[in-house]
Design a protein around this ligand. Sequence first.
Ligand SMILES: *[C@@H]1O[C@H](CO)[C@@H](O)[C@H](O)[C@H]1NC(C)=O
Ligand SMILES: *[C@@H]1O[C@H](CO)[C@@H](O)[C@H](O)[C@H]1NC(C)=O
Ligand SMILES: *[C@@H]1O[C@H](CO)[C@@H](O)[C@H](O)[C@H]1NC(C)=O
Ligand SMILES: *[C@@H]1O[C@H](CO)[C@@H](O)[C@H](O)[C@H]1NC(C)=O
Length: 334
Amino acid sequence: MLRGLWGCIIAALCAVVVGTGFYEGARDVVELTAKDFDKVVHGSNYTSLVEFYAPWCGHCQRMKPSVEKAARRLAGVAQVAAVNCDLNKNRGLCREYNVEGYPTVMLFKPPRVPLARNASENRAGDSGAKTPRLSRHVHEVYNGARRSSAMVNYVLARLKNYVRRAGRLERFGAVLRDRMRPCILLLSKDEKSPPLYKAMALDWLERVDFYAVHNRRWTKQIASNSNSSSEFPQLYPATVEELNNKILPQLQDSNYTTSILLAFHPETDTVVEYPASQPLTKPLVAQFIRDQFDGILPQEGPLSDRQRWLDKLREAPKDRGRPKAKRPAVHDEL
Ligand SMILES: *[C@@H]1O[C@H](CO)[C@@H](O)[C@H](O)[C@H]1NC(C)=O
Ligand SMILES: *[C@@H]1O[C@H](CO)[C@@H](O)[C@H](O)[C@H]1NC(C)=O
Ligand SMILES: *[C@@H]1O[C@H](CO)[C@@H](O)[C@H](O)[C@H]1NC(C)=O
Ligand SMILES: *[C@@H]1O[C@H](CO)[C@@H](O)[C@H](O)[C@H]1NC(C)=O
């Protein structure tokens, strides 16, 4: 009887320590174990920020709100994960990364993907044995401030960028002709590519090419070139007309306070504008791209198998800490 009660108390204490699982309730921080670490961190083209922690550590507890806030702000842009080094099953993992104190925050940067030049090159690659290339990410210890803004800026400065600058009009025409892949072009109100746009380019890597034009320079060029013999009109007659008659006036009217997204079809030589009434969010843009380009799907992010897998991983109630029950009878006793 007494033993039973004692067991209860210990079990309850354990449940508190283990069950509060630190980030269990945080939607944007994914708790990882040795089992899923490689697949989540190294098996992605995304940059990841990983906190190695122990639940009892005071610094970790104080940093927790900052990590959660940083994760919210980086949602969809970079992965934010946590590893509880107090768990037996994670000890080896924490040793592997030389974690000596808590919290240790590390950045994992993916290798640069050498992109195939065109879609046919892609297809040739795909027809071979499909072995996923799992190159290891390089990691570095984050030594900055433990404020969310500091962590966010640190990560944003280290994102992989596959967004190409559309550059001069003539060159863009040539680019569109050479590349057989579908293209997305952002006429951006900002001077730099928004992090979310870089993330979209990652999601569709090697499937759809992402270009951006920042500021007005290029659109002015289109206006002045519309009657010239530049390659652009020859490539996309519909495009230039639309750019001139519809999109440019719209940009001027809005004083360039909104961004405009265009989808270029390489095979049909047409351009489609993303509905101005829709916000430019990742899930909506993903649907737009899929609908534009024959149901093509991204390898990461919304609509991808990987995203579905990640969502499941987040939701799965993890049997953290407690060793797998080998003899259920023991537990029945409690
Ligand atoms: C990264 O993207 C490339 C190009 O699409 C792809 O071949 C590779 O498998 C991706 N890497 C990972 C780890 O998903
Ligand atoms: C695509 O790339 C391959 C290999 O570099 C090349 O042989 C082929 O001509 C290219 N196709 C087009 C349409 O550019
Ligand atoms: C521009 O093109 C339009 C129709 O293509 C034509 O009517 C007009 O004369 C041209 N303007 C100049 C300045 O070439
Ligand atoms: C655009 O900006 C100019 C100068 O800043 C201003 O006078 C004009 O009203 C603006 N137009 C719109 C449509 O906001």
